[in-house]
Design a protein around this ligand. Structure first.
Ligand SMILES: [Zn+2]
Length: 300
């Protein structure tokens, strides 16, 4: 038998893996050779971040400078577009925001910077806080459940099953919004009374939602600091991770696509360690991860 030099063999294996997942730019530290059954990928985007235009920590120029320094492939700047927020309250502010992103991103080629916003669900029919005209100016539109989401995080039903149904109905409604790209940190329902854990959602409802998200191309945002949304529930962090992995597995099996994000203002731009751990444990195939290079940019 022909002997293969060990270094050469490792090198060729790594090269094969790198070419298979080339678009995900795996790094050496993410190769996960010790876990051969998990996909050896390292997603290098952060598609949900905030700046001083809402509750982020930094102005847009520093934000982009950091993304370049961290050698991220792509970021989406997704400041809040909710009733009463700066961007929703003033078209001048909205225009200033878009112009500033355009100016700052065009001065460099290190990182793709997407013009985005994070809208919020208004009620359990999935009504959303941004209209088509404003969304048309953006390249990446998220929507979350938040404190203004009637019937879920606002005026939470005392009955857990009713609550779960309202959450799913809200998300099913979002699937009908043609200009929406991604649902931000889905199932962030742990800090309400009652609290809903990932395992509390009835599987048939999850399957119905997953099928509709897949059919309408809505992306599932695996946000790094999901524990924040369960911090008052008392759930052990690793129990939450296990439960969330099961949800992600179910959505992945229905061919839903995923993105990772820091929701920066919480755990720092580009910090998607937990998100990637969840995707790996759920064995999400790389082709079901959003490729930011394929998102169309609107030049002004
Ligand atoms: Zn956010």
């Amino acid at each position: 038998m022909k002997s293969i030099h060990r270094r050469a063999f490792i090198g060729s294996t790594a090269a094969a893996a790198a070419s298979t997942f080339a678009f995900l730019k795996p790094s050496r530290s993410c190769a996960a050779e010790e876990q051969p059954k998990t996909p050896p990928f390292c997603v290098n985007h952060d598609l949900h971040t905030h700046t001083l235009y809402s509750d982020g920590a930094h102005p847009i120029p520093l934000h982009i400078l950091e993304a370049r320094a961290f050698e991220l492939e792509a970021i989406a700047i997704t400041d809040h577009y909710t009733p009463g927020s700066k961007l929703a309250a003033s078209d001048n502010e909205f225009e200033r925001y878009l112009a500033e992103i355009e100016r700052e991103r065009s001065g460099q080629q290190d990182v793709i910077v997407l013009k985005g916003a994070e809208a919020t669900v208004l009620d359990a029919t999935g009504r959303i806080s941004i209209d088509a005209a404003h969304a048309a100016r953006l390249e990446w539109v998220l929507c979350d459940l938040g404190g203004q989401s009637e019937g879920t995080l606002k005026h939470t039903p005392p009955d857990k099953m009713k609550y779960a149904e309202n959450v799913i109905r809200s998300y099913l409604g979002l699937c009908d919004v043609p200009y929406l790209n991604a649902i931000a940190h889905p199932f962030n329902t742990g800090n309400t009374t009652p609290a809903l854990m990932p395992e509390d959602y009835p599987e048939p409802l999850l399957r119905e939602l997953a099928a509709k998200m897949a059919a309408t191309g809505k992306v599932f945002d695996v946000m790094n600091d999901t524990i924040f949304w369960f911090s008052r529930s008392g759930i052990a962090p690793r129990a939450l991770t296990r439960q969330y992995v099961e949800i992600v597995k179910l959505f992945a099996a229905q061919k839903v696509r995923f993105q990772v994000s820091s929701d920066d203002h919480r755990t720092g731009l580009g910090n998607t360690r937990w998100s990637q751990l969840v995707l790996q444990r759920a064995a999400v195939p790389p082709e079901q991860i959003v490729d930011a290079k394929k998102i169309k940019l609107l030049r002004t």
